[in-house]
Design a protein around this ligand. Structure first.
Ligand code: SF4
Length: 167
């Protein structure tokens, strides 16, 4: 199975109560190869919630204990971000997932870039906490912007092949 950020599949789990609908991923969701995941929901953060950013680094530094996550109201949500990442990893292991497609820009799901922790709209290179933890455990993580229809079809075919070998 392929993990996909739930907000990309139309689940209204974003901090503002909306979703990040991705028409390509939604079209292929009917094939039943995606597991919708939202690290921040699995950390039991509410919807809606204040936006959150990582300060002093990226997901990697957060996991190493050298950065922290705060929301726009100043609450420290580092423990929640780490908990959400750990829960996503457990789901990946349960489904033998080797690939994830996650929403870029998020402090949890960001793949190439995340916000810089100043709540000013600026982004820096780096991944969110869930993406980083999945990568550290061998998963390949793409963002929605990495996906073309050909690449997505290929990932789904490879996923089906892996499952048939395992069975
Ligand atoms: Fe989407 Fe990930 Fe944010 Fe959940 S944590 S709303 S899945 S980007």
């Amino acid at each position: 199975m392929i993990l996909v950020s739930a907000c990309l599949l139309g689940h209204k789990v974003k901090y503002n109560g909306g979703s990040n609908d991705d028409s390509l991923l939604q079209a292929y969701n009917v094939q039943g190869r995606f597991v919708a995941v939202c690290p921040e929901c699995f950390a039991m953060l509410p919807v809606p919630r204040a936006p959150m950013e990582i300060q002093y680094g990226t997901g990697r530094k957060l996991i190493e204990g050298r950065a922290r996550a705060v929301d726009a109201d100043g609450h420290d949500l580092t423990a929640s971000l780490l908990l959400g990442a750990q829960k996503i990893l457990r789901i990946a292991e349960a489904y033998h997932a080797e690939v994830a497609i996650l929403k870029d820009g998020s402090p949890s799901c960001g793949v190439h870039r995340i916000y810089d922790g100043t709540f000013s709209g600026r982004k820096i290179r780096g991944a969110g906490a869930a993406t980083e933890l999945l990568r550290q455990h061998g998963l390949t993580v793409y963002s929605e912007s990495d996906m073309t229809e050909d690449r997505l079809r290929q990932l789904i075919e490879e996923d089906i092949r892996r499952d048939s070998i395992r069975d």
